[in-house]
Design a protein around this ligand. Sequence first.
Ligand code: BG6
Length: 469
Amino acid sequence: MGFRFPDGFLWGGAVAANQCEGAYNEDGKGLSTQDVAPKGVKGPITESPTEDNLKLVGIDFYHRYKEDIQLFAEMGFKVFRTSIAWSRIFPHGDDLEPNEQGLKFYDDLFDECLKHGMEPLVTLSHYETPLHLSKRYNGWVNRKLIGFYERYARTVFDRYKSKVKYWLTFNEINSILEEPFLSGGIYTPKRELSKQDLYQAVHHELVASALAVKIGHEMMPDAKIGCMVLSMPTYPLTPNPDDVIAAMEFEHKNYFFADVQARGRYPGYMKRYFRENGISIQMGPDDEEILKHTVDFISFSYYVSTCGTADPELRKNSEGNLLGGVTNPYLQASEWGWQIDPQGLRYVLNMFYDRYQKPLFIVENGLGAKDELIKDADGVPTVEDDYRIQYLNDHLVQVGEALEDGIEIMGYTAWGCIDLVSASTAEMSKRYGFIYVDRNDDGTGTLNRYRKKSFHWYKEVISTNGQSL
Ligand code: BG6
């Protein structure tokens, strides 16, 4: 088929510090919420780190990043998305001075990217609040988090301003609705958390995000700072207007975050929701002004679409990504039940662009699957991951279609470009990578890296700028 992607399109891959770095207690790093969540978002929170927590070692990216970046360079990456572990920089979160060793690590990492012609795309907060902020302050429920985040943002902006042009404030900021602990550092168990506290925490994150945009622009005039939301187009299950409205309301709850970050104010439908649910957001005197500092671009993850229905019985039949939704009878699902819908990506790109008229960046997309390591004809270990190639190809074709629709798209970073520990289930066996990492769910394995078939496929896509799709 073949598409003409724009010159300078940022092809690359994405990871998050907590899912790949390991070294959870090295060089002055403090504990984060991830260090006590050995089973991912659905599992229990432990008192202190336990050996069954695969993230403590991750894929040992902390010590092996040079080798990994070399492999990304071999595929031709123009951009590499990663996050900074907040607790490497401020081990407790409320410290007055940063940890120099933590800062140094990211200096070296970003230098390595630049050496290979890759722009770092950096998320400030990707599912890992310093644990102390969670336990002592109840995470983002407490307004003080805004100040701690601001200090952290100022520190890293100042340190990396000559190295990093692209920043994201919070990963999948809307996932706090489902995952208040890992997404928002909220220590109160979800079932005991009031809507009032939940949306107050949301407000604090939105103010902190806008503040980061404001100070980021002041400190780094050439930088581009984006929001990052979990996108999940929600189709009405039937043409029944009740279902259409149910789907619309489901989407409102999901996209109100990007609405505030892109438009600089709360939308009317959220004010209504707050009114009808007895929620009264406590605003600081400058909050409305701060929120006016809107993002330069909209970034998002895309894995699944879902359906909205007004039928309470059918709502119980909810499967899929972090935010739930009703199963679509027309779609197949991955081994983890995530429904596969390439056209949903074109749909969501159009939706965001119609809504905001700002450049878009697809910063996560991919297929989590079980891989089998085999030997190729020369005896070199590899994975014949045609299913992954198919998934990515089908989605990138829809990105090509969206470009034809006239959408401004900055780039595409495939999620988990190297195998890493999954976020929702904390497994190694849910693999996304172009590069296989020899580590198993029981923690055994050499940690050696091997190129999969998709490695060579993606290299070709990048080198032809999408023509090979
Ligand atoms: C997104 C997260 O929700 O989806 C990533 O931003 C995560 O951190 C990715 O890894 C895929 O989810 P999972 O659970 O398959 O790792």
